[in-house]
Ligand binder design. Structure first.
Ligand SMILES: [Fe+2]
Length: 472
């Protein structure tokens, strides 16, 4: 799960239209224009309306991803407008944020009753509004990308449910009984199943039981559609893991609300899980950073090495136009690239003289030791190759696996350049570090044979841009 960053114009949400369209309704020209400017700076496409009726007409004529409205408007006020939007077939799935200076608990309650997705006080400031916009859009895009499987032997009910859910923005697939539903589940990954009970071949009860037996299907929320006479079956199905029921006859509104509610709850759970994982990850990274510090504290000469290698590595990656999430991963990989040295004995790691062949072989185990320390941590899976292969060389003469050229993961190729650069400019007990210009020549000469030419090229550009900015 990934909340959209509105400053990136939400491309990652997977929405087919990369432009996020927002309708701003406020009778004050100053407020409207100020808000529009802020939203445009975030990369959103803004349309303005100065009153409720105009806002409703514009919203009914084209699809918006978000509507932001004031309460006090000439003619139809913001609350009535919100209710109207929520009952209009073209506008009901568009989230509405109400921004108002009427911010008593009662006022806010009225906004939510009218169907608003969020309320922001006029005095809450831009940050607060931006936070709500991100949250509301993220939730809305999440729902829009969800798939619902409707299972019913009545073609009429399948069609009604299909049309209602599809209008609300869901992807919908259907099946006429449990057997067909299982066939669909093998092809698609629905986020929600809404199923009838009495069906030929395989009924809803058997379907619900079958799904609970399969780990990959057991977590999909299961909603039962039933008639009043089926209460005892519903109870048994709830015990089997069904999470809600809708009584027939239902209207599509009820169906959509139930689906949105269940998926939002699911979304909230995913968000919480993500927060928990993020927290765990940062705690773990803190512990690993302490390990690296402990490692570097053993050796005066390598103190700060991993920090510099990380800084140079992300400099190279930014020249190579890596996306920010990849740069973040590379930073961690580079910080931890020599972690495995923690498993090398002091008398070898800190030996001031040249190493014997046997001692060098022991030192060469450090990438594998580092990868072994990190591999059990699932959230660090993407960075392990950078640690494991940072001593591989383009000509296949590196270690531990003698990988060649593009077989070497790009993180490892970048870290190799940064690592060599910092190693040769740094003093060691047995030699002085070389000057920066000399180091650049050495690295240029190693491009192609030992080091990745694209990475070296990006490194040179980064170093030039950096020295240019320092002399500026
Ligand atoms: Fe290393």
């Amino acid at each position: 799960m990934h909340a959209p960053d509105i400053s990136d114009n939400c491309n990652e949400t997977g929405a087919s239209d990369p432009e996020i369209k927002v309708l701003v309704i406020d009778d004050s020209l100053t407020i409207r224009q100020g808000l529009s400017r802020d939203l445009q700076k975030l990369g959103l496409m803004v349309t303005e309306a100065s009153n409720g009726s105009e806002g409703f007409d514009i919203a009914s004529g084209q699809r918006f991803d978000l509507i932001i409205t004031d309460i006090e408007l000439p003619g139809i006020n913001g609350l009535d407008l919100c209710k109207k939007l929520k009952s209009g077939s073209a506008t009901k799935s568009t989230p509405v944020i109400i921004v108002s200076s009427h911010d008593t608990e009662e006022d806010i309650e009225k906004c939510f009753e009218a169907g608003a997705a969020a309320f922001v006080g006029k005095l809450d400031g831009r940050q607060e509004l931006r936070r709500h916009i991100e949250e509301v859009l993220s939730r809305s895009f999440f729902l829009r990308e969800r798939m619902v499987l409707v299972v019913d032997d009545s073609r009429l009910i399948r069609n009604i449910a299909h049309d209602g859910l599809a209008r609300a923005g869901f992807n919908v697939i259907t099946a006429e009984n449990g057997i067909k539903a299982i066939e669909q589940l093998k092809l698609y990954k629905p986020d929600l199943i809404i199923s009838d009970i009495s069906m030929p071949e395989m009924d809803g009860y058997a379907l619900c039981s079958a799904l609970r037996m399969k780990p990959e299907w057991a977590a999909i929320p299961f909603v039962v559609m039933s008639t009043a006479g089926e209460r005892s079956v519903i109870r048994r199905m709830m015990e089997r893991g069904a999470c809600a029921f809708i009584e027939k006859p239902f209207n599509t509104e009820q169906l959509v609300i139930t689906a949105e509610k269940l998926l939002s709850d699911h979304f909230q759970l995913l968000l919480k899980e993500k927060e928990r994982l993020d927290m765990e990850r940062s705690l773990m990274l803190g512990s690993i950073a302490s390990l690296v510090q402990a490692l570097e504290a053993r050796d005066l000469y390598t103190r700060g090495h991993s920090e510099t290698v990380a800084e140079v590595s992300i400099g190279i990656a930014s020249i190579m136009a890596f996306p920010q999430d990849e740069i973040d991963k590379l930073y961690i990989a580079a910080r931890l690239h020599d972690l495995g040295k923690i498993g090398i004995r002091d008398d070898i790691l800190l030996k001031p003289d040249q190493l014997t062949a046997q001692e060098f072989a022991i030192i060469q185990r450090h990438p594998v030791i580092g990868a072994e320390i990190l591999s059990p941590i699932p959230s660090l899976a993407a960075i392990v190759p950078g640690v494991l292969y940072h001593h591989e060389r383009m000509n296949g003469q590196g270690y531990p696996d003698g990988l060649k050229g593009s077989q070497i993961p790009v993180f490892a190729r970048i870290i190799a350049v940064a690592d060599i650069y910092h190693t040769i400019i740094s003093d060691r007990p047995y030699r002085r570090g070389v000057a920066r210009e000399r180091a650049m020549t050495i690295i240029e000469e190693a491009a192609g044979d030992e080091l990745c030419p694209e990475c070296v090229n990006a490194f040179m550009q980064w170093l030039h841009s950096r020295s240019a900015s320092i002399t500026d």
